[in-house]
Design a protein around this ligand. Sequence first.
Ligand code: GDP
Ligand code: IMO
Ligand code: MG
Length: 422
Amino acid sequence: MPATIVVGIQWGDEGKGKIVDMLANSGFHAVVRFGGGNNAGHTIHNEHGRFALHLVPAGIFNPDTLNIIERGVVVHPTSLIKEMDELLEKNVSLSKLKISPFAHMVMPWHIAEDRGREIAGTTSSGSLTHIGTTLRGIGPCYQDKAGRWQAFRVGDLINRQTFLEKLEKVYISKALALQAAHGVALPSLEDVKREYLEASERIVPHIADTSSLIRKALYYGKNVLCEGAQGTLLDVDFGSYPYVTSSNTTSIAACMLTGINPSDVSRIIGVAKAYVTRVGAGPFPTRMDRETEEQIREFGKEYGATTGRPRLCGWLDLPLLHYACDINHITEIALTKMDVLGFLDPVKICTHYKEGTVDMFSLSDMTPVLGSEIHGWGALGECRERSKLPDTARQYIERIEAATATRVRTISIGPERNETIT
Ligand code: GDP
Ligand code: IMO
Ligand code: MG
């Protein structure tokens, strides 16, 4: 059986972690994280406990599944080790965790630059002063990857001597540049060396030729699941640029970054919340009034899994959802947090934009039209069948299907694995 791709089709935090954890338990040979870094926070509630995974794929709880960090991911070694330790503490096996040597590493200067730009705001040379990043050094790391001269990959940890020689050279140049641009200092060179050498001992044993593992699995008819990070509207090319992350987050990126033949992909699952949330700056057209936003933030615990920042909350945006389904060639939607939205009354939904077709280039100038109010459906309790959902909840789902021409095949009504209607 071929490949399945799970991607977020809003602004991230749609519930991808829950959906991937649930699917991984149903016979996938491998789960592959293909992009982003520890800017991601994928929350999972299962029999092992509650976890917020940032780099480790959400299939890790299934001991038979290979969990692969592929080359498109940017890896901060110390953060990865912290996450590995948290999993080991809860008796989750890491024996099938594999890391691509081609994955780039987040270095201390990437984090310092991210902070320098976002917090100190010392480089407002253009009109852009603040993106609201997660401050994990993700953008600067992808910049160095594209720049090629000063980048480090996970595979560089294998040869310590050459790694240390390059580290020294790049450190000096980065330290000078950061001091001049942002007035920030780096940790000492000795500390940086120690941190990365210590990390190498834990990480090198997990390095493998991941791309060939994936191709081989597919060749022998095994199931492979690609786990997206962030969301379509945060994609560097298809999202609300410049208020996006620095990588591609869509289903096509999954193929590009894993080497999977697009014709081997049979399911592309778009995860969407029943409403929308966003952290960071940038356009967010359907934002709720502050009182309603606060209510849903409390009901839905809408605080970032990575940074703890309160998420902005808005009404479901059908034109943007349709756009995201199109861009990703979504074959089915997994709709999360239906239990949360039902407590609001009325429930509003954005049916179209005043200006016509949604235009990502000028999204901040567009006016959403909120129509089609329906009554909230209240608690969903133990409901495990779509046909047994309250009428208004079913109507809401049907509206989504009509607007996106895509079937909602999974309905999530709570954070636990089994709080799902399929
Ligand atoms: P991800 O980044 O897409 O994996 O999503 P996050 O983990 O950042 O955020 C989703 C949050 O919603 C997490 O706290 C999940 O535990 C929670 N969650 C997922 N699905 C549901 C659901 O259907 N109902 C409720 N109440 N919570 C959910
Ligand atoms: P998951 O995988 C929500 C947002 C940041 C900021 C912008 C750029 O959990 O859905 P970055 O640090 O990437 O340079 O920040 O992107 N962002 C996310 N928002 N969920 C995420 O990941 C995100 N990853 C990045 O808030 O607006
Ligand atoms: Mg998240």
